[in-house]
Design a protein around this ligand. Structure first.
Ligand code: SAM
Length: 272
């Protein structure tokens, strides 16, 4: 029997996130109305290469996934075997390629971790061809809403997670800041496309919807990855952590007539 790699929790989380968001991402890529045929594409912060995977039948000349994390790329290479797709283990701040070689550069869910850095954006500009397109996809937690409102303990847990991410140099309220940043960096033709996932659970439906179960499992997994750090660094106590998560589960399971909406943005712009 072929041996399968022993994937770590962060790879398993990323795989789950990629699997759940792939249909959405596929729609966003098609919505770009961009002809990838013959183009050279970069995906900075590629993770497991979900974007490269979804583009593999679009006749791109070359797709290059770049990531700072070696183990993600090892998994990506295992998952995506395509002659036009390659992966480079590098920091997005210093990409080991010549100037002006990519027609289009993607950065999906990366700015939320590294924030808005001039050095990062100058590096993207350097590797883009003149007239090349940058497509940033990222979150905006200010636009995550529900009715009824989340339990206080869950709001508290999410707020603490957000503070933790900020302390690590990230920002979960990043999308609304990106257009001004790109404009200041000299990019042109900035276009913003909000992508909203909405969900309504009617009366007495219980947690029988895959969408809600998956939403809970994803959050549980994501928080599980940082739980030790949150507790060790005294961001939150164990009881508060578990109450926030359990109350979220109960909220999704018990609440009748539940409305949930989550918005992210795809922001495109051109290098002049
Ligand atoms: C939330 S994941 C998103 C992965 C992928 N883009 C996706 O949509 O599934 C963020 C990725 O950015 C990578 N990353 C963070 N900082 C980076 C940097 N400075 N240079 C390259 N990759 C980076 C991480 O290793 C991780 O794979």
């Amino acid at each position: 029997m072929a041996s399968s790699p022993d994937y770590s929790p962060d790879i398993r989380f990323m795989a789950f996130q990629s699997y759940l968001t792939a249909p959405h991402l596929f729609g966003q890529l098609n919505g770009l109305n961009y002809s990838f045929a013959g183009k050279t594409v970069a995906d900075i912060g590629t993770g497991l290469g979900i974007l490269a995977y979804l583009l593999k039948d679009k006749n791109a000349l070359k797709i290059v996934g770049i990531d700072i994390n070696k183990s993600f790329l090892k998994a990506a290479r295992h998952l995506i075997k395509d002659k036009n797709t390659g992966f480079i283990n590098a920091n997005g701040f210093k990409i080991p390629v010549k100037d002006c070689i990519f027609d289009i550069v993607f950065a999906r869910y990366v700015f939320q971790h590294i924030n808005l850095s001039g050095d990062f954006i100058s590096e993207i500009k350097r590797v883009l061809k003149p007239g090349g397109l940058l497509a940033v996809i990222d979150i905006e937690d200010d636009l995550n809403i529900s009715y009824p409102d989340l339990p206080e303990s869950t709001k508290n847990l999410f707020r603490i997670y957000s503070e933790y991410q900020k302390e690590q140099g990230g920002d979960r309220f990043i999308s609304k800041k990106i257009p001004a940043f790109l404009s200041s960096a000299g990019f042109e033709d900035i276009e913003l496309n909000p992508c909203t996932a909405v969900f309504f659970k009617g009366k007495d439906d219980g947690l029988n919807s895959a969408a809600l179960k998956n939403a809970f499992l994803l959050v549980q997994n994501e928080l599980g990855l940082v739980k030790k750090n949150l507790l060790d660094d005294k961001f939150i106590g164990p009881a508060e952590f578990h109450k926030g998560l359990n109350d979220y589960f109960k909220f999704l399971n018990m609440e009748n007539n539940l409305f949930i909406s989550k918005t992210e943005f795809i922001i495109t712009c051109k290098k002049n």
